[in-house]
Unconditional design. Structure first.
Length: 330
């Protein structure tokens, strides 16, 4: 295998299924050696053996998926399966099944790359799961669990990878390092029933912007994507939109593999100079997202009264661009 990532070592978290798996395979096809991370949990983040939670699954299809996941764990887990798939195709890959939302797990993720391949060039933060509830039904455990895997699970691998790259830079070996974080349209616009997920994904955008600014001096570029694709997290919630085409000849617009070429390019040395950006990726479309910019403003030069402030805000809103619609509001 050869391509734009020849010689690079790439870590992909949550790479056992869906988008992460597609990214891992795509990097390997372009010549990268890949560390395939996946904890092997269910869609809600619980271990497949957590039978006490089965009452939260709604129908036979969900029970069948749980059984399939348990089968994967008996075969070495999804990370091992994807790593084996890469090797069978002629690539190089190693599995990592640690919890990257812990300090020890994130540290071992980086050390696995360094000890196995002697370097680390690209980190793709992708791991995540859902526990969707309307806000008034969302409990503290489900809030904490989702922020933990998405936001802390981005921070800790980034923190440990950045420490390595800083050391390399200070030793005179400035890397061409790349980080690709995974946000979501839910983090940019909001999504009904996903307050925890939306908050975490919005936080990832903030983390991306800060990391891009702080790490540039060490040769590290940091970007984020907001993908739309068919995964365990979308295939039932948005079943009609995410459905595969009826015939093999049709373009599978929602295939996770459609997102991966952008991720591979952002993770390659060819992306030099591109950092601190957020991209939407869906089907055959790539969009550069433009974040918060000052809009209409008014300055009295003195303190407003509440009535004056309200009148001014209403006038400014007539001049402002309407916000994007929250997902799920029609």
């Amino acid at each position: 295998m050869s391509g734009i990532c020849d010689g690079r070592v790439v870590v992909v978290t949550g790479a056992g299924r869906g988008l992460g798996r597609a990214h891992a395979l795509a990097f390997a096809a372009e010549g990268a050696r890949v560390v395939v991370n996946d904890l092997g949990v269910r869609l809600d983040g619980r271990h497949p053996d957590a039978r006490a939670d089965r009452d939260r699954t709604s129908a036979g299809a969900d029970r069948d998926r749980t059984s399939a996941e348990e089968g994967l764990m008996r075969q070495g887990g999804p990370a091992a399966q994807v790593a084996a798939e890469i090797r069978a195709a002629g690539g190089e890959a190693v599995a990592h099944a640690g919890d990257i939302a812990t300090t020890a797990g994130a540290a071992s993720l980086v050390s696995t790359a360094l000890e196995t391949y002697g370097r680390l060039d690209t980190l793709v933060n992708n791991a995540g799961f859902l526990r969707d509830r309307m806000l008034v039904n969302l409990d503290e455990d489900d809030w904490d669990a989702v922020l933990r895997v998405h936001l802390k699970g981005h921070f800790l691998p980034l923190r440990h990878a950045a420490a390595h790259w800083r050391a390399e830079s200070r030793a005179g070996r400035t890397p061409a390092a790349r980080v690709v974080n995974t946000s979501s349209g839910a983090g940019l616009l909001g999504s009904l029933g996903q307050a925890n997920y939306s908050a975490a994904k919005a936080g990832i955008v903030g983390l991306t912007l800060v990391a891009a600014a702080e790490l540039a001096r060490y040769g590290v570029q940091v970007n984020a994507i907001a993908p739309a694709a068919r995964t365990r997290m979308t295939e039932h919630t948005f079943a009609e939109t995410m459905a595969a085409p009826a015939t093999a000849a049709g373009f599978d617009a929602m295939s996770p593999a459609n997102v991966s070429p952008l991720v591979v390019w952002l993770g390659s040395a060819a992306a030099a100079g591109v950092t601190g950006r957020v991209f939407e990726a869906e089907a055959g479309r790539i969009t550069v997202m433009e974040g918060w910019h000052p809009g209409p403003t008014a300055d009295k030069g003195a303190r407003w009264s509440p009535a004056e402030a309200g009148e001014t805000v209403r006038r400014l809103l007539t001049e402002a661009r309407a916000p994007g619609r929250v997902y799920g509001t029609g």
